[in-house]
Design a protein around this ligand. Structure first.
Ligand SMILES: [Zn+2]
Length: 466
């Protein structure tokens, strides 16, 4: 028979090690790895490139500052150029899911270049009651924001499709809501993603810092101390143990948070840990201006090194970007750190950053790279072995990497919604040069050549007995 595609002459990185084999692809699936060259319609010449299972970005905010029908186009474009084959959206809706979710799903369905999946944020008791409704719609993971409550419960929700108005809201994510979300998720067999910052402590910290007229990213970090992360980690881990729920800590970037998580694991809590590229690359000690304002804040050089240490020893499971598709005019609204918007884009730069700073500096191996960017996420979020591997019958999501390619980062490179990037001008070595999603070449050499609408919502499994 004649297969659709064969990728020849690349080094294929599997979680267990590197193999030099051809990848046979048919009908969007991996048929097998072989030393033969079977008949095929398309031959992709790897020329010694590295092939990895399609990277999964576990943490992407899009649809907040532009509606999802637009944001899916621009941000999946950036994802494709950055070598990401599956993007996981952090959906934030203020209304009940029964009245607002379907329109979001419909608007997303024809507008992605790469595959996507959705985590649903939970803010209200009514939304807790609708978690099974989400599961029936294919959303099998839930997010809670322990930073949003009291005086600091302001948040922008995702816009309705085709809108252009920001949706400002006030929410109060109390410990009661956190506990009920964990309890319900456990009963559904779903993991809970946790933004762990204690809102009461952060509220006080911010007030004190502003009264003292402090400014800059150091003040931002001090006002939301790692202690407040540790406090929230402790609270939610107890709920996780009580209800036997899998807790996934998003964007961990401080030594103290990492230490607290180790303590909670020792007590038997089922925990997975995500970090973000910015905690591996930036510290307030070396970063000026307000562009790198993010929650939780970037910390010290010491913290940055601790995150690398935790990553290289596999205490961290995934690297998600916490990508926020926003723009400069909104980002820098006032003239101090307090009025700047938190969050920045990062889906295009995650691979080159981890390749440049990690793999090419021998801090992590290529096998670890595959686990942190793909395999672990697929397993945690019910997509394995469909995603996260290149074994027979898995989706043919393959990103091909040139470890020696050097390029300067610019925001224009990715074609996303954002008109800035915190890594502007940084020279990085190690870039994705071909992005293949279910057998289709979607991006090549920094150009998207795929079809809009090729990206599909990933069908996920849940383990009801977990
Ligand atoms: Zn986030």
């Amino acid at each position: 028979m004649t297969y659709d595609t064969v990728i020849v002459d690349s080094h294929v990185i599997l979680p267990q090690g590197m193999v030099d084999k051809n990848i046979i692809i048919d009908e969007g699936k991996v048929v097998g790895l072989t030393n033969e060259l079977p008949a095929c319609d398309t031959k992709i010449n790897g020329n010694g490139l590295i092939s990895v299972p399609g990277p999964i970005d576990t943490h992407v905010h899009y649809g907040v500052y532009s509606p999802i029908n637009e944001a899916a186009k621009t941000e999946s474009h950036a994802a494709a150029i950055g070598g990401v084959t599956t993007m996981m959206r952090m959906l934030r809706l203020g209304d009940p899911f029964s009245s607002s979710l379907q329109a979001q799903l419909d608007a997303a369905s024809q507008n992605h270049y790469v595959d996507y999946a959705i985590h649903a944020s939970i803010f209200t008791p009514q939304q807790i009651n609708e978690m099974d409704y989400c599961v029936n719609k294919g959303i099998t993971s839930f997010k809670i924001y322990m930073n949003l409550g009291g005086e600091i419960g302001h948040v922008y929700m995702d816009m309705p499709p085709n809108s252009s108005e920001l949706v400002a809201a006030n929410v109060d994510v109390t410990d009661e809501i956190v506990e009920q979300t964990v309890k319900t998720a456990a009963s559904l067999g779903c993991p809970v993603l946790v933004h762990a910052e204690d809102y009461e402590s952060c509220g006080c910290g911010i007030q004190t810092a502003r009264e003292k007229k402090q400014d800059g990213l150091s003040a931002w970090s001090e006002s939301r101390s790692p202690e407040f992360e540790a406090k929230a980690i402790k609270t939610v881990s107890k709920f996780g143990r009580d209800y036997d729920c899998v807790i996934y800590f998003v964007h961990i970037g401080s030594e103290q948070a990492l230490k607290q998580i180790q303590e909670e694991k020792k007590l038997g809590t089922k925990i997975f840990v995500e970090t973000c590229p910015h905690y591996l690359t930036l510290s307030y000690e070396k970063q000026d201006g307000y562009l790198a304002k993010v929650m939780p804040p970037i910390r010290t050089e010491n913290d940055r090194k601790a995150v690398w240490g935790a990553l290289s020893t596999n205490q961290i499971d995934t690297i998600g970007t916490d990508h926020v598709a926003n723009q400069l005019k909104l980002k820098l609204g006032g003239d101090d750190v307090w009025s700047a918007l938190a969050g920045f884009p990062g889906i295009g730069t995650v691979l080159p950053i981890v390749l440049n700073d990690g793999v090419n500096q021998n801090k992590i191996t290529l096998e670890q790279f595959v686990r942190f960017t793909s395999k672990n996420a697929a397993q945690i979020f019910g997509m394995y072995p469909q995603k996260g591997t290149l074994e027979k019958n898995s989706d043919a999501d393959v990103t091909m990497i040139d470890l020696r390619k050097e390029k300067k980062v610019t925001s224009e490179l990715f074609g996303g919604f954002s008109d800035y990037i915190v890594y502007e001008g940084r020279n990085l070595k190690g870039w994705p040069v071909k992005t293949i999603v279910r057998g289709e070449l979607v991006a090549e050499d920094f150009e998207v050549i795929g079809k809009l609408g090729h990206g599909k919502l990933v069908q996920r499994n849940i383990d009801r007995n977990s």
